[in-house]
Design a protein around this ligand. Structure first.
Ligand SMILES: *Cc1c(COP(=O)(O)O)cnc(C)c1O
Length: 386
């Protein structure tokens, strides 16, 4: 690992996101195994990572695309994902986007009565509607990524579904959809939601369901137990003729790292600040969700200290990790952060006029492949008009 990362640094520099094809494919294999015996339409949620070179790998392994925006649709299109494998999600679909996408996708998850009002007057071909139901179930995850409670902005409240079905007798409605949150590490929220789903599905004779994503990965010791999922959740899904799945984090999170250079090791009063050449502009999850991404120093010294790993941006919130007892690394050496393949690059930004980093894939044959060039300063100002 160390050697290949040094090679990547010398060829493409840092900061750089590095992805592992082998891990992506392993995870896809796991998914297929868990859903054995079920007619599964698996999709990848592009909001977790929108690099078409990666989407293409997933598509070639049987995954479609879950998109929220036209921008994500374009990513799926570049990767070659066909219409039959594209699901469109979102609570704020605009009328213009509906007209643009309606014949380019197959599945739409309807978020509200108000959205359905608009679809009523839009002619579509072969589109299938799934009603996103808000079951008022606690996913027991971070509040920002919990979506299935009545206080959350998503979905049609389960208690209003009957009213919805009476109001819209639309034969494009084929089933319901749940996505109760992300980074869910317990099985019971899925069971609770899908049991509610089964009742609804039987009542309206829906033989299809879209079960969303949300599988939690191991950032800090806790992760979803897939054996338990297979044992307790899959039997509920056996009722359906077709199950659509939308996974983001589970596929890409552990399949990528963020590789940075340590610009400075600065002695503070009661801790050591390890200053890297990327911060919350590249990986915002630590400050946004209080998330933990395990760091690995390539050149640790023998000395330990209380450490903050911080970026170079001009605000104190710009940090990747804080108050951890760790070995002090050498200046001008490499550090990488694990589990950064999902919601890493896709949430990155240009704060402080920094450049978006390069992305590199380590292929199954251990070849290094550049899959996104580092942004240039020209890119940064290309839309400016003086
Ligand atoms: C974010 C999202 C997903 C993917 O969630 P993960 O937790 O990354 O698996 C799937 N479906 C919908 C509707 C989403 O909003």
């Amino acid at each position: 690992m160390e050697e290949i990362l040094k090679k990547i640094e010398s060829e493409y520099g840092t900061p750089v996101y590095v992805y592992f094809e082998k891990e992506i494919k392993n995870r896809i294999k796991n998914v297929k195994e868990i859903f054995e015996g079920i007619n599964l339409i698996p999709t990848f949620a592009l909001k977790a990572n929108n690099n078409p070179a990666l989407i293409k790998i997933m598509y070639e392994s049987g995954f479609g695309a879950d998109i929220v925006t036209v921008g994500e649709y374009k990513g799926a299109e570049i990767a070659g994902v066909p219409k039959e494998k594209i699901v469109w999600n979102g609570n704020g679909k605009s009328k213009e986007d509906m007209k643009f996408l309606k014949d380019k996708i197959k599945y739409v998850n309807i978020d509200s009565f108000e959205e359905m009002e608009l679809w009523k007057n839009i002619k579509t071909e072969n589109i299938e509607f799934f009603l996103r139901v808000n079951p008022d179930v606690d996913a027991k995850t971070h509040p920002h990524i919990s979506t299935g409670l009545k206080k959350n902005k998503f979905g049609i409240p389960a208690v209003k579904l009957e009213e919805f079905m009476n109001k819209y007798n639309d034969n494009r409605i084929k089933g319901i959809h749940f996505h109760i949150g992300s980074q869910i590490t317990e099985i019971s929220p899925f069971i609770d939601a899908f049991k509610i789903g089964l009742e609804i599905s039987k009542k309206y004779n829906f033989k299809k369901i879209n079960i969303g994503g949300g599988w939690g990965i191991n950032y800090d010791g806790k992760e979803i137990n897939l054996n338990e999922y297979k044992e307790k959740v899959i039997p509920i899904l056996k009722y359906y003729d077709e199950v659509i799945l939308e996974l983001g984090r589970y596929i890409m999170g552990p399949s990528g790292i963020l590789l940075l250079n340590i610009t400075r090791v600065k002695q503070g009063i009661d801790k050591v600040f390890v200053v890297t050449n990327g911060g919350m502009n590249l990986l915002i999850r630590p400050v946004l969700y209080n998330a933990y991404h395990e760091p690995v120093f390539l050149n640790p010294t023998g000395k330990k200290a209380k450490i903050d790993i911080v970026g170079p941006l001009c605000e104190s919130g710009d940090k990747l990790l804080w108050d951890k007892e760790l070995p002090i690394p050498e200046e001008n050496s490499l550090v990488y952060f694990k589990n950064a393949g999902a919601y890493g690059f896709s949430m990155s930004n240009n704060y402080n006029s920094t450049l978006k980093p390069a992305e590199v894939l380590i292929t199954e044959n251990e070849e290094i492949k550049l899959i996104r060039k580092r942004e240039s300063y020209e890119d940064l100002y290309k839309n400016i008009i003086l």
